[in-house]
Design a protein around this ligand. Structure first.
Ligand SMILES: [Mg+2]
Length: 483
């Protein structure tokens, strides 16, 4: 056992003030959400909206000065067309000024690297190819990652046949930018090759160690993992880089799991080694198992929708394994890790800021005014729907959850967190949202629409009243630096 003095990491409260509240709030929000367990009623707004009569006094076609070439909305059910005026919902430039969309990506727009067919059409509808010629602002909010935001936007642009800007895009590790100046030497896990190291360095992290670096320094770390020649060449010489005589001279100040692990066994071993070390010092063992560095995961999704017929294991599964095995190998010690991404309310609050800026820069809408309603379309009840409903419970504007059947959620099952609307595809989701706004704009069903805002159980209301969903200091300037 090493006799070197154990370096002391500064306490969280003494670190850079500008970023501490963000990280703490993310973790706190996750804990609060677990405690809150937001539950929704079995409300089906389709029932409230579908019966709008074409002869109703407030939904009369032909008398409202229709500006569009068509006079009817195409609802989810083609048997119940609605005739509504268009003017109230768009500004002079034909941009919807009181509602917007936010999309999860995997399982909603993309699956197995290919666009879900209806997604391309859905984007066209949002970009003005609809019966009213209106454009609807939208952003993307994915828990995925492993690439530069600019690269992912280029991929998405090609897949969806639109131009996607980093100014309308948030991925799982985007919030980790704010930690770059908090820590010196960090371990970054996940992703292909050196990509996540490059992303971390682009965020400003000064000394990024990868599992490959550790395996290169000591191949016995993971007995069954052998670096390829390319991996060996790309991995850094830790001792030389740190001017150290032995690995125990090197201290990992934090662990960031940026993207899904490509080798769970060796990554798990290395994460646990450092979690059980003396203050992050490599190849040491703590006697108390309570002095390891903080561990951050870019999201907590246990499952995600890939090309396979059934959902695949995601980073959230690795997180659970890390915490469970840590407990199993330390005589019952608890390991508390942190997770970003959905369903953290903080992530949705940041999305609100991003959406406001995007509406202002791209569409010329008032930056200070959030859209009255944000339609969030996702495929995972535990992250997309749970987070949207929790955000709706806290936010002044409305966050309306729509669950699609093209991803993690399996049709016919009972989602643990219930959406406001369940539809087949993202195109149905877009049409539903626009149609709902048309009904609102018509005035005919507005009251009933407002009244169907998601009611909350008493525990949730009390949690919100008690401030259990904390405000977050968001530094959107950092997040939007690449825009
Ligand atoms: Mg998804």
């Amino acid at each position: 056992m090493s006799t070197l003095p154990v370096p002391q990491r500064p306490p969280m409260c003494d670190r850079k003030a500008s970023s501490s509240s963000f990280a703490d709030a993310f973790d706190d929000a996750r804990r609060r959400l677990d405690e809150m367990g937001v539950h929704e009623p079995d409300t089906d707004e389709e029932d409230a909206l579908s019966p709008v009569p074409s002869s109703g006094s407030s939904a009369v076609g032909g008398e409202g000065g229709l500006a569009s070439p068509a006079e009817t909305v195409s609802p989810a059910s083609p048997a119940t067309p609605i005739t509504v005026p268009v003017a109230p919902m768009a500004d002079a430039n034909g941009v919807a000024d009181n509602f917007a969309f936010a999309f999860d990506i995997d399982g909603v727009l993309i699956r197995g690297g290919r666009p879900i067919p209806e997604a391309v059409e859905a984007m066209k509808v949002l970009n003005g190819e609809n019966e009213w010629g209106i454009k609807v602002p939208y952003i993307f909010l994915t828990n995925g990652g492993g690439k530069f935001e600019t690269e992912r936007c280029q991929d998405l642009s090609a897949q969806l046949e639109i131009d996607v800007s980093p100014g309308q895009f948030i991925c799982g590790h985007t919030p980790m930018r704010e930690f770059a100046d908090r820590y010196g030497t960090v371990l970054v896990v996940g992703g292909e090759g050196e990509k996540c190291r490059q992303v971390a360095e682009s965020y400003g992290f000064r000394d990024v160690v990868t599992p490959g670096d550790i395996l290169k320094a000591n191949a016995t770390t993971a007995p069954f993992r052998k670096l390829t020649d390319k991996e060996h060449a790309n991995s850094r010489d830790l001792l030389a880089r740190h001017g150290a005589e032995k690995l125990s001279d090197i201290v990992i100040e934090a662990i960031f799991v940026f993207a899904d692990s490509r080798d769970w066994a060796s990554d798990l071993q290395i994460i646990l080694d450092i979690a059980q070390s003396k203050g992050g010092r490599l190849e040491t063992r703590s006697e108390t198992f309570d002095e390891g560095p903080p561990i951050y995961f870019s999201h907590n999704d246990v499952l995600w929708s890939a090309a396979h017929e059934h959902a695949r294991l995601g980073m959230g599964a690795l997180r659970r394994i890390v915490e469970t095995v840590f407990e199993d190998t330390t005589g019952g010690k608890k390991l508390n890790t942190h997770a970003f991404g959905k369903p953290q309310v903080s992530t949705f609050e940041f999305a609100t800021r991003l959406l406001q800026q995007w509406r202002a820069t791209q569409h010329g809408l008032a930056e200070l005014e959030p859209p009255a309603t944000v339609y969030f379309v996702g495929d995972t009840p535990e992250s997309d729907i749970r987070g949207t409903n929790a955000m709706n419970a806290k936010a002044k504007n409305e966050w309306y959850s729509i669950l699609v059947k093209t991803g993690v959620y399996q049709d016919g099952t009972e989602p643990k967190f219930k959406p406001r609307k369940l539809v087949d595809t993202v195109l149905d989701a877009v049409n539903h949202g626009i149609r709902r706004e048309m009904v609102r704009a018509s005035g005919g069903r507005r009251d009933s629409v407002v009244e169907t805002s998601l009611p909350l159980d008493q525990d949730t209301l009390k949690a919100i009243a008690d401030g259990c969903v904390p405000p977050v200091e968001v530094r959107e300037d950092l997040f939007l630096a690449e825009a």
